[in-house]
Design a protein around this ligand. Structure first.
Ligand SMILES: Cc1ncc(COP(=O)(O)O)c(C=O)c1O
Length: 381
């Protein structure tokens, strides 16, 4: 008996679907409805005084996610999404000196590329390291592109295109050796692959709650290494980044000393209530246990893919793959669309094929049934 299945009844969507899409949208915990109701009740009953409860929720939400990714107290803030978090970091940087290179791989999430490409307008020299196979980017090649002129290296921990795990430590070592910063996108690892941002020694990390954390949209987060926090003053800022927001001082920003200096406008509180149950459940189970189960189920999916001769787009070694398996065949996009219509939830990405992700709440039987349905629909093409 799988002990994690006792959490299943906390996720109502599992009653009428085969939910294998937690790399994109984690299932909603039953409790989330009550949490959102609690947010609304405070608004109605407390009026403006709701802020006395709402504002501390920002710290509590940061602490909840911090526990999952190893971020110590005072190193995390909540923002709405990854694009916003990285824009905040980019706005701390200055490209006027000799150190102006931004180095990242072509397999990073597109938002990451779009933002850094636009930083070229401010003087950044952007280097995109290519992949040979669309699955991996060689660590050696990435490290070779990092030199004394490199300012920042944005890396994706688990690649959304292939679920390959990057060797973050090796890249961080190289970056720090030459004085460059490392920015980790841990969206596809947080909640399914165990790690600790302090052990990975990255300078910044960001992610969101939509996927493996089962928290829905709007509860993104940003981690900054404790000793580096005072070094940065985001150009993109706002009154919540001020040392005394409620002094309404003019005209220029006086940054808060701690992590709040990375805040800008009024935080999106409802999203933090919405994300609470998911983060608590993940922390209660523990990512180590989630990972053990995930490896077992993704191994089984790989086995079925091999037997069916699907083109596997995910590394096979346990220590090199995240929580998703990507596989492709002619007509896979159409099959994925039909699967979703029939509530066998998965998705399809060009070049990656079908992406399928069991989570702690998935049964072995669902995995088998899903793969049988894939085979049946493929046969009917
Ligand atoms: C690795 C990764 N980074 C970022 C994002 C999304 O970024 P944002 O929070 O800006 O929507 C995704 C998926 O949507 C992702 O898989």
């Amino acid at each position: 008996m799988d002990p994690l299945l006792r959490y299943r009844d906390q996720f109502p969507a599992l009653e009428n679907s085969v939910y294998l899409i937690s790399h994109s949208l984690g299932a909603m915990p039953r409790r989330t409805e009550q949490e959102l109701q609690a947010f609304a009740d405070l608004w109605v009953q407390e009026g403006i005084n709701a802020w006395h409860t709402w504002l501390p929720e920002v710290e509590r939400a940061a602490e909840r996610v911090g526990k999952i990714i190893g971020a110590p107290a005072g190193t995390m803030i909540m923002l709405t999404n990854v694009s916003e978090a990285q824009a905040r970091i980019a706005s701390c940087l200055d490209y006027s000196g000799a150190r102006k290179k931004v180095v990242y791989s072509e397999l990073n999430f597109p938002s990451v590329s779009y933002l850094w490409q636009s930083e070229a307008r401010r003087g950044a020299e952007v280097v995109v390291v290519p992949s040979d196979d669309g699955i991996l980017v060689s660590t050696e090649r990435l490290c070779a592109a990092i030199d004394e002129r490199t300012l920042i290296v944005p890396i994706s921990h688990v690649l959304f295109r292939s679920s390959a795990i990057k060797d973050v430590l090796a890249i961080t070592r190289r970056a720090h050796e030459v004085g460059a910063l490392v920015l980790l996108d841990c969206y596809q690892s947080a909640g399914v692959v165990p790690f600790d941002v302090t052990k990975l020694d990255v300078d910044f990390a960001y992610g969101g709650s939509v996927k493996w954390l089962c928290g829905g949209p709007g509860a993104g987060y940003l981690y900054v290494r404790k000793d580096r926090i005072p070094e940065f003053s985001p150009r993109v800022t706002g009154w919540f980044g001020h040392e005394k927001p409620f002094a309404f001082a003019m005209p220029e920003q006086r940054y808060a000393e701690g992590i709040w200096r990375f805040m800008a406008g009024t935080p999106a509180i409802a999203a933090l209530y919405q994300a609470r149950a998911g983060a608590e459940i993940i922390a209660e189970i523990g990512v180590d246990k989630i990972r053990q189960k995930s490896l077992r189920q993704t191994s089984r999916i790989l086995q079925i893919c091999d037997a069916a001769n699907y083109r596997v787009k995910t590394p096979r070694e346990d220590n090199r793959r995240g929580g998703t398996v990507c596989f492709d065949f002619d007509g896979a996009a159409q099959v994925a669309e039909t699967l979703c219509q029939k509530k066998f939830f998965c998705d399809h990405r060009p070049g990656s094929g079908i992406r399928v992700s069991p989570h702690f709440y998935s049964t072995d039987e669902e995995v088998e049934r899903f793969m049988q349905e894939v085979a049946r629909l493929k046969g009917a093409l």
